[in-house]
Unconditional design. Sequence first.
Length: 384
Amino acid sequence: MTAGESHGPALVAIVEGVPAGLALEAAQIDADLARRQKGYGRGGRMKIERDRVELIAGVRNGETIGSPIALQIANKDFENWRGRMGPERFEVAPEPVTLPRPGHADLAGALKYDRRDARDILERASARETAARTAAGAVARALLLAAGVEVCSRVRSIAGVFDPSEPSVDELFDGRATIEASELRVLSPSIEQPMREAILERAHAGDTAGGTIEVVARGVLPGLGSHAQWDRRLDGRIAQAMLSVQAIKAVEIGDGWSAADWPGSAVHDPIGYDSSNRRFARTSNHAGGLEGGMSNGEPIVVRAAMKPIATLRSKLPSADLHSKIAALAAHERSDVCAVPAAAVVLEAALCLVLATALLEKHGGDSMGELLRNVARYKSQLEEY
Ligand code: EPS
């Protein structure tokens, strides 16, 4: 669970259910927070914030202790919003936001919560919240790593400019240093300049840019999630977690949309047995590591599409919440493109779902117990 408004005092997250004995330090979480803050096309806000986590509860002497983990990230920008975003009654009423932005939560939220200042909605709807989710995801990532599961991501396209590389999962993981060094989080350095130009072009036009992202997990054993009930299906849970990230409008697993056009014989991954590793294995992974709502032991491959950011300098038509008179939508300082940041957030989303599913499957109040359970299950699979 997360809480916090974009220009309020802080963002907080509570992560429950992490076993005791997981090595966890603020620096590990800060590394992901810093990754999320990078990216060409970010606005002025990222020059203000230097996101750092404060571990408030659940960690002692560099280890989890089995109690809820509470994380806090200060909003440095709050200093500029005191008197407008604090909990105390305002001395001077701030100017309300009354021109809802098409594509943002402003209108639906103002109607639903019966607020006359859309700031009451937009502050929480803001993608600033993803800093808290990234911090929580970093805890999940640490847990997964201990169980041999790794997650990484890359940006595939921005504003219709596609990275031409089609890496295998291992090539993608091998390319992590390149991706991390790229401010666009792409694998092909040669695509950076055309992408930057596309973002700049949108910026000059007062417009914004979306894109597509690939997120991959490897090391996941077969059997996370379940076919037995709709809400236990891991593919559905992954899609929910990803679609809940601000501005994500589509998610596909494995070949996703394109599989709809192909014959079944080209879509389904033939099954073989790898006797040296004592595991069933596939020669292809069109399914993206998920069959019947369960992990099947192949890498999990998810792609997501992010729409262009809804705050535009070239304002779109809107209607005033109070007068109902037509006017152009509100504009505040914003990003032109946050696709590289969203890739880091989607990693966090995948980590949270996989860590939850791992704990459901194997249980354990301590890391020792969890890892023993995982190892026993692995032997069970090898002896199958
Ligand atoms: C956001 C608007 C911008 C972004 C923000 C998300 O913030 P501000 O209104 O303060 O300029 O920078 O993203 C972050 C603060 C962040 O940490 O990613 C929005 O409206 O969603």
